[in-house]
Design a protein around this ligand. Structure first.
Ligand SMILES: O=C(O)C(=O)C[C@H](O)[C@@H](O)CO
Length: 272
């Protein structure tokens, strides 16, 4: 029995529509399962900015299996030992932040794959990836079913984009406008013309390479640009932002209903 087919990777390769996603950073299997059942094509389990560790990520991966939303796991950094652990607990698609050079991209591509192409250590029989050894052909078939999404989100990464995209084993690139704009000197201002132009040109480079482009943005202007430019996978919000905004809205409604004079909700959790 072979490794499970990576339906997200297959869709990126074979379909043409937009795959809609949600950033999931609450680090909780219940909320991850709620989000996975909401109708998105994928969810991003964020271990870069969410308080996620390997056991928690494993619990979330198990919690979302009944829903079609594909779980993408973002690691804090692209370290082979972290990649090995994430794959062995069953993540099939990994997003690695701040990829800036072809050398880094090549190292990451190898870390996701078994020898002879890669350096992934043998041991998945201990983990969810192989259903604890019950997927007998896992090691022989896993390399084709893992998916590496490199994040380009800095000036250096943009400068090296073609070389990163040309790296064998990089399956997709997701643009991070928040970090990219900060690196460009526009922290918190991702929709200034210089950043928008950089993002549009980068989407063009990714598409020209034949690989799918993705983006995470909550800015209406950036969303419109991304849709116009033809990104293939996009997230426009987070579970934390949805919860914070909905809770603040209900609190305000209840206060207003009560007629009590009270200060408006401060800092209603928006997209961050
Ligand atoms: O740089 C970006 O943009 C991202 O990588 C997304 C951020 O991590 C964060 O804004 C997600 O909410």
């Amino acid at each position: 029995m072979p490794a499970p087919v990576n339906l997200f990777k297959k869709a990126l390769r074979e379909e043409t529509g937009l795959l809609t996603g949600l950033w999931v950073a609450l680090a909780n299997p219940h909320s991850a399962e709620i989000c996975a059942g909401a109708g998105f094509d994928w969810i991003l389990i964020d271990a870069e900015h969410g308080p996620n560790d390997i056991p928690l990520i494993a619990a979330q991966l198990a919690a979302v299996t009944r829903h079609p939303a594909h779980p993408v796991v973002r690691l804090p950094v692209g370290e082979p030992w972290m990649i090995k652990q994430a794959l062995d607990i069953g993540a099939q698609t990994l997003m690695i932040p701040m990829v800036e050079t072809a050398e880094q991209a090549k190292m990451l591509a190898k870390a996701l794959r078994y020898p002879p192409f890669g350096i992934r250590g043998m041991g998945a029989s201990l983990g969810r990836a192989s259903d604890f050894g019950r997927v007998s052909d896992y090691a022989d078939t896993a390399n084709d079913e893992v998916c590496l999404i490199a994040q380009i989100e800095s000036r250096l990464g943009v400068e090296n984009a073609e070389a990163i995209l040309a790296t064998e084993g990089v399956d997709a690139v997701l643009i991070g406008p928040a970090d990219l704009s900060a690196d460009m000197g526009y922290r918190g201002k991702a929709t200034v013309p210089e950043v928008m132009e950089t993002v549009e040109a980068l989407i063009g480079k990714i598409k020209a390479s034949g690989k799918p482009a993705g983006i995470m943005t909550g800015d209406a202007e950036m969303i419109a640009l991304a849709r116009r430019a033809g990104v293939r996978f996009m997230a426009n919000g987070t579970d934390t932002g949805l919860l914070a905004r909905a809770a603040a809205s209900m609190a305000a409604e209840m206060r207003n209903a009560g007629g009590a004079a009270s200060a408006p909700a401060k800092g209603a959790g928006g997209y961050s």
